[in-house]
Design a protein around this ligand. Sequence first.
Ligand SMILES: Cc1cc2nc3c(=O)[nH]c(=O)nc-3n(C[C@H](O)[C@H](O)[C@H](O)COP(=O)(O)OP(=O)(O)OC[C@H]3O[C@@H](n4cnc5c(N)ncnc54)[C@H](O)[C@@H]3O)c2cc1C
Length: 498
Amino acid sequence: MGPGQTSNLRRVAVVGAGLGGLSAAIHLRLRGFDITLYEAGEQVGGRANRISEGGFTFDTGPTLLNYPWVFEQLFADAGKRLEDYVELLPVEPSIRYLWPGGESLGLTSNLIGLVREFQRLEPGSGPGLFAFLDDAAEKYRFSFDKMVCCNVDNPLRWLGALTPREMLRSGIWRSLDRELARFFRSPLIREALGSYGMYLGGSPHRLPGIFSILPYGELAMGLWLPRGGIYGLVLGIEKLAREMGIRILTRQRIQRIIQRAGAIAQLEFADGRIEDWPLVIANVDVPTVQHRLLAGDGYRPPKPLKMTPAVMTFYWGVQGEIGGAGHHTVFMPQDSARAYHELIVRHRIPEVLPFYMSIASATDRALAPPGASTVMILVPLPQPAHLQGIDESRLKDDIRQRVLDRLGQHRIEIPRQAIVMERIMAPAQWGERFGLFEGSAFGAAHTLFQMGAFRYPNRERGVRGLYYTGASTTPGTGLPMVVLSGRMTAERVCSDVC
Ligand SMILES: Cc1cc2nc3c(=O)[nH]c(=O)nc-3n(C[C@H](O)[C@H](O)[C@H](O)COP(=O)(O)OP(=O)(O)OC[C@H]3O[C@@H](n4cnc5c(N)ncnc54)[C@H](O)[C@@H]3O)c2cc1C
């Protein structure tokens, strides 16, 4: 490459200012690239957005923050300290699971409290719990060292990095449920620890056992709430990016990514403007880029990926405190296997709806007016294509009623007249607003053949100079993962052009 080309290649456009896009921009800026970030929405953050109304402040999407080390590392890489930008408040006890039959399980990072909770559901489970923590700690260590954070596209090289002991311990060949069954007899404990499946796009009976590192990570490192909500973290990262000289332009929708002869060429904006770019990082959902933004120009998209479910989310400003519930509560179905089958295999609305409730004002009082509460409800639903023919406003009414009825069953009373403000985002709105393929809330599913070296890589196979970052590429979905994804994409770009 000639010297003239070098300076041209150091200009990068990042399309989308979700946390993946912001992280990629920061890591590329650290490597000397000149970055312009184009975001379609009015503000940065993507799915991690904010709703403010009548003194109530809600996070739109993510509400559980784990793996704080990932965010500390992002700031440390830039020579800064996370705590100078964002205050993290511990959420302790972290999460409570409730079943229709009245059983419950509370998770906490306090070991004595945790043993007590597990013993309540499964007497004698103490040694199993310690063995689980020990096993998952090792798995967590080698997964992050060798499997999660590396740009390896060849499955043999990816798995070959593990020692024979690590390969056996990885649990990759077993289901998550079978992995958990090595330590716990109680189906309720297994259901709770396996409930991440709803967000990973598979039942714990099908997802690989290596995902036992998720409940472990939460137990070992806790759950956190940035002051001001998750959006407090987004604002801290945006501030860092702007201080580093990254140009962030909002209300800039890209409607076409133009490639010529297999190489990135231009970006076409919704207002018809066209700009030349030698390097583009798309933070837009990978299959949305492949099936919509790159369409035409002789580009042949790969087979669509298997996607995670959609969601309907409710944001309620509620007068008064809400008794009987802490910050995070998961309402489990009576028959988990059936609910997964209905939602993920048959694409139906489960008969007994599983859902999640966040009362962030329980941890940060400033998120609601004095004496009031913020309630966010997340209900996993089939993707919009499978909801066709169902009237959306009737669906919202039906789901709201089912949620309120279920809360009532657990004596968590939220009278309708106490809900003084309500906003709802239906599956189709999530899809349209953030460009989510098939309206899938969490991106590409994490089945064995869509993880690690099998997952769609962060470099577009059919277009030189086009890279990806975010939930549908490596390593996967969730705030820490997309921040790591941004770093991995920057490393990938550098290994190609630096
Ligand atoms: C309801 C919900 C709850 C969740 N809960 C949690 C949780 O508790 N904890 C957790 O860790 N994770 C959670 N997640 C997952 C997490 O939110 C995502 O994995 C993560 O935010 C994705 O970040 P991203 O950078 O990949 O993409 P996004 O956040 O989707 O960002 C992509 C950006 O690209 C922009 N864009 C799209 N198309 C264009 C275009 N054509 N031109 C310009 N810009 C464009 C979008 O506006 C958006 O800002 C949740 C997700 C949802 C939906």
